[in-house]
Design a protein around this ligand. Structure first.
Ligand code: AR6
Length: 171
């Protein structure tokens, strides 16, 4: 079964979804942007679990994903994935960003939960071109089949991403 795709404009920390995805960095120790917002709203338990993961397996590589509690957030879990920092190697960056979506969706499947919400990974501080990032995100989600995940929500925070996703999802 292919999950339903939904588009929401807003703050991912406010979204009611079984899983929300964080655009983290490889340290897993927090940062600005959506990462900062999630840790602020979710409370210290999220960072504690991130630190436990770091102590166990070291840094999280670009394109990979790990799961923690969602702390005080309405979600059940947070999947932290590390997007690529944009550079001139478009092919490599695209592959790594696709891996973020693939690995997060795989984790959601293994957690046996129904809804997962994604921010627009890498399109902030990491400067990935928004249009290309949206194409990759939508492509990966449309290619994903699952017996458990019923809905994937793209949460766009800025107007530009919202516009891009609206247009691409109509096509
Ligand atoms: N809800 C949903 N989306 C948001 C929110 C929010 N509350 N706040 C920002 N965005 P960024 P990156 C959008 O910079 O580019 C951090 O410091 C924002 O509009 O958060 O993957 C990490 O620790 C943009 O479209 O993440 C890393 O060091 C998108 O989230 C680094 O930034 C991603 O922007 C990761 O950079």
């Amino acid at each position: 079964m292919k999950p339903i795709i939904e588009l929401i404009k807003g703050d991912i920390t406010k979204i009611k979804s079984d899983i929300i995805v964080n655009a983290a960095n490889s340290s897993l120790l927090g940062g600005g942007g959506v990462d900062g917002a999630i840790h602020r709203a979710g409370g210290p338990r999220i960072l504690e679990e991130c630190m436990t993961i770091r102590n166990r397996q070291g840094k999280c590589k670009t394109g990979e994903a790990v799961v923690t509690t969602a702390g005080n957030l309405p979600a059940k879990y947070i999947i932290h994935t590390v997007g690529p920092i944009w550079n001139n190697d478009q092919e490599k960056c695209s592959q790594l960003l696709a891996n973020c979506y693939k690995n997060s969706l795989k984790l959601a499947e293994s957690l046996e939960l129904k809804t997962i919400s994604f921010p627009n990974i890498s399109t902030g501080v990491y400067r990935f071109p928004k249009d290309l990032a949206a194409k990759i995100a939508i492509h990966e989600v449309k290619n994903f089949e699952s017996d458990v995940v019923e809905k994937v929500i793209f949460v766009c925070f800025d107007d530009e991403n919202e516009k891009i996703y609206k247009k691409l999802l109509k096509e």
